[in-house]
Ligand binder design. Structure first.
Ligand SMILES: [Fe+2]
Ligand SMILES: [Fe+2]
Length: 130
C-alpha cells in the first residue's frame, strides 16, 4: 500500500500524520504467515484507536456537525478489526483476517479518507483558518 498524495493527503497536518503512520504500519508486514498478519493487525488496531480518538477530539473541540455519523463509522471499524483479529484462531478465521487486511482494509482507508475525513478536514481548515 502506498501513501498516495492525490488520494490520501488532506492538508491538515494532525490528521495526515496519523494517516501516514497507518500506511507505514500496514507496510511493516514481515511475511506471508498468519502470525505476521495477526501481528500487523494488532499494531494497526492500536494505532487506529489513537487516530480515531484524535479525530473525535477535534470534532468535539470545533463542534463538528457530523460527529455522530463519523464516530459511529469509527466504532464500526474498530469492532470489525477486533472481530477479525479474535477470529484468527481457526484456519478459516486466519484466511478471513488475511483477506480483510489485503482488500477490506485498504478499500476502507481510501473510502473513509475520500469521504468522511475529507469532509472533516475541510471543516477544520475553515475553522482554524489554515
Ligand atoms: Fe482518519
Ligand atoms: Fe475518520
Amino acid at each position: 500500500m502506498k501513501f498516495d498524495k492525490q488520494k490520501h493527503l488532506l492538508n491538515f497536518e494532525e490528521m495526515d500524520s496519523y494517516h501516514k503512520d497507518f500506511v507505514e504500519i500496514y507496510n511493516s508486514l514481515e511475511n506471508d504467515s498468519s502470525e505476521a498478519y495477526k501481528n500487523v493487525m494488532l499494531k494497526i488496531l492500536e494505532q487506529t484507536r489513537l487516530h480515531f480518538c484524535n479525530e473525535e477530539e477535534l470534532m468535539q473541540k470545533y463542534n463538528y456537525p457530523r460527529l455522530k455519523e463519523h464516530s459511529d463509522e469509527h466504532k464500526k471499524v474498530l469492532y470489525e478489526m477486533e472481530y477479525f483479529i479474535n477470529g484468527a484462531n481457526t484456519k478459516i478465521g486466519r484466511n478471513i483476517l488475511k483477506s480483510y487486511f489485503l482488500e477490506g482494509l485498504p478499500n476502507w482507508f481510501d473510502t473513509h479518507l475520500l469521504s468522511m475525513d475529507s469532509d472533516l478536514s475541510s471543516f477544520l481548515k475553515e475553522k482554524t483558518n489554515l
